[in-house]
Design a protein around this ligand. Structure first.
Ligand SMILES: [Fe+2]
Ligand SMILES: [Fe+2]
Length: 475
């Protein structure tokens, strides 16, 4: 493809056609991106037409335009939410000063690290989900997977745009590194732990899009408050797409539960072995998958007490999600109560300076958001007359980062002896046998209008089309 033709294929609202320097940087990066996509993007289906939405502008009509696209031809665009006139920094020591339109020299490396850490999760999740298309439970689900994948690709573009446009040579080097790391690779892994966990079945995919993409939502919300205006505007626009990823997880888990309840009613039993024998995923297995992905995602928020979090807040680089909802945007005086191990096998509440607790503030907002779906799923279960309740485990359970890292704790938050913890884990997390069972259900269903037996069809299709539409054209 010639330079001119691929540049005009990048929809953008950043004045790309007038910016020669940015064009040159992207000209080098774009072919590397495409070869990464071919190598590490969705396996199979690259030559098939997929019913995808593409952002072609930031207004209401343009941000989701639907059509049939082959994934390698997807128009990965660069969009920033509209600029607010006279935008000021909304929090921290510099509150009220004009927002930065260029990177302040003293914050350059911190901002670069924030952007690279966020940017790294985008290609990572595409890599994690690479093989799922081969076992999709329907064409509807296959299409949703690919929609998530191309949008994570676009989020990578969005972050690479910032690196290229504002960070010069080291930005370009970071952009290359973003295509060089590999999820789960021993020598050159992705930056954050959860993004190196394999996602080899669709139940994990739905848990990931519910819990881990939701971490993404809260990170993006925090960065959408940044005093560095191009970053804030980039993240604000990404949030519009992120909502669909969480929808895929939320409704995916809901549909698995609906199907399981139907099967339980059909066989007149809630015995997990009987439910499995009838081809559905028993609710205790679902709970174990939930425990795994929720606890893993909690670590992504960082340590509950963090001088680093205090610094990025103080300097106006990263705010709280929905900063406007808080009264005190300075947060210099405030205190925040967090739970710490009391050294005697229990928990004690302790007030810490608010700025140091920003990770925990964000994590708690995240947990409250996670609860919403769990409540909805439990309503389905109750309505079916089944005596079972899904629960988010305690935030102290199975943590690897922060004050509760490696403190043996049961899912209900009870501190326990290490031996009891080790002995309990196989019942709390998916066992080898659970994973093998779930894997055994992963048989591809590619017939138009059909759905696999372990998951109910959705209530609605995409963009007002029916659930059984041919969302991916295989012939
Ligand atoms: Fe993303
Ligand atoms: Fe996402």
């Amino acid at each position: 493809m010639s330079e001119a033709s691929y540049l005009e294929r990048i929809p953008n609202n950043v004045g790309l056609s007038e910016n020669r320097q940015l064009q040159r940087a992207l000209e080098h990066w774009q072919p590397a991106f495409l070869s990464w996509w071919q190598e590490m993007g969705p396996a199979g289906f690259q030559a098939k037409d997929v019913y995808l939405r593409t952002a072609v502008s930031v207004d209401a009509q343009g941000w989701a335009s639907y059509g049939w696209v082959k994934m390698p031809d997807y128009r990965w665009g660069i969009f920033l939410a509209d600029r607010e006139p006279e935008k000021t920094i909304g929090f921290g020591d510099l509150k009220g000063q004009p927002a930065w339109q260029q990177v302040p020299a003293e914050h350059r490396s911190t901002l670069r690290r924030l952007i690279v850490t966020q940017g790294d999760t985008e290609p990572a999740s595409v890599e994690q989900q690479r093989l799922l298309g081969l076992t999709a439970p329907s064409l509807y689900d296959l299409r949703n997977l690919f929609q998530v994948n191309v949008e994570e690709g676009r989020h990578l573009w969005a972050m690479v745009y910032l690196l290229h446009a504002y960070f010069g040579r080291d930005g370009r080097e970071e952009a290359e590194e973003l295509l060089a790391r590999r999820s789960g690779d021993r020598d050159n892994p992705r930056i954050l732990g959860t993004f190196n966990e394999p996602i080899s079945d669709w139940l994990s995919f739905f848990m990931f899009t519910y819990f881990t993409d939701r971490d993404g939502k809260f990170q993006l919300k925090s960065l959408a408050e940044s005093g560095f205006d191009p970053l804030a505007r980039t993240c604000r626009f990404m949030l519009t797409e992120e909502a669909h990823h969480m929808f895929v997880g939320d409704t995916g888990i809901g549909r698995v539960i609906r199907r399981t309840l139907e099967v339980m009613a059909g066989i007149g039993s809630d015995d997990p072995a009987a439910v499995r024998a009838a081809g559905a995923i028993d609710l205790p297995t679902l709970q174990r998958y939930l425990n795994f992905w929720f606890s893993s995602s909690l670590d992504l928020f960082g340590s509950d007490q963090s001088s680093n979090a205090a610094t990025v807040f103080a300097s106006g680089l990263k705010g709280r999600p929905d900063e406007a909802r808080y009264e005190d945007h300075d947060a210099r005086e405030g205190a925040f109560e967090i739970e710490l191990p009391d050294g005697k096998g229990g928990a004690a509440r302790q007030a810490v300076p608010l700025r140091n607790a920003m990770n925990e503030v964000t994590r708690q907002a995240y947990v409250a958001d996670c609860e919403i779906g769990v409540k909805r799923w439990n309503r389905l279960i109750r309505k079916a007359g089944v005596d079972f309740e899904l629960r988010l485990p305690s935030t102290r359970f199975r943590r690897q980062i922060g004050s509760w890292a490696n403190v043996p704790t049961a899912p209900d938050g009870t501190p326990i002896a290490r031996e009891a913890f080790e002995a309990g884990l196989p019942g709390w997390l998916p066992s080898e046998a659970d994973r093998a069972f779930v894997q055994s259900l992963m048989q591809p269903v590619t017939e138009v209008g059909r759905f696999a037996g372990w998951i109910a069809p959705p209530e609605r299709g995409i963009n007002n089309l029916p659930p059984g539409h041919d969302y991916v054209r295989l012939s």
